[in-house]
Design a protein around this ligand. Structure first.
Ligand code: DGI
Length: 139
């Protein structure tokens, strides 16, 4: 899984607010193929591991609490230049700074509850995809 794939989560806020369909539609019409997909919920241990790189940050507790409070949609996406193009599609971390038409601009509510995740490197896309999916769940 190098170069042409990325990993995403539709976060609990966007699931609660009924945006799963609209976000998947925007992902598909932007040229990404869905390789793996499921509705799941992270445990506290899952979220602490997934976001371990942030464990010294002041918002870490809040981030773990948020990401575990309800179901998420996890997906692996395929496209040329997937990681960078998907980061462009979702927009800046803080929706207030996100470009018009981006997923976070449309569906996020705050910097903490920002609707979607997108891997920040090919290496992390591989690690994060494997964290959520078994080989037989990837198509
Ligand atoms: O790669 P991103 O998701 O755009 O951003 P990141 O890797 O810097 O941070 C990961 C997540 O952590 C981000 O999507 C939301 C959360 N986060 C980042 N900065 C803040 C934050 N949450 C809160 N509450 N406050 C922050 O300043």
């Amino acid at each position: 899984m190098a170069g042409n794939k990325t990993f995403t989560m539709i976060k609990p806020d966007a699931v609660e607010n009924g945006h799963i369909g609209a976000i998947l539609e925007q992902i598909n019409t932007s040229g990404f193929r869905i390789v793996a997909l499921k509705l799941t919920q992270m445990t506290k241990a899952d979220a602490e591991e997934f976001y371990a790189v942030h464990n010294e940050r002041p918002f870490f507790g809040e981030l773990v609490e948020f990401m575990t409070r309800g179901p998420i949609v996890a997906a692996i996406l395929e496209k040329e230049n997937a990681v960078e193009d998907f980061r462009t599609l979702i927009g800046a971390t803080n929706p207030a700074d996100a470009a018009e038409g981006t997923i976070r601009k449309r569906y996020a509510t705050s910097i903490g509850e920002n609707a979607v995740h997108g891997s920040d490197s090919d290496e992390n896309a591989t690690i994060e995809g494997a964290f959520h999916f078994a080989g037989r769940e990837m198509f």
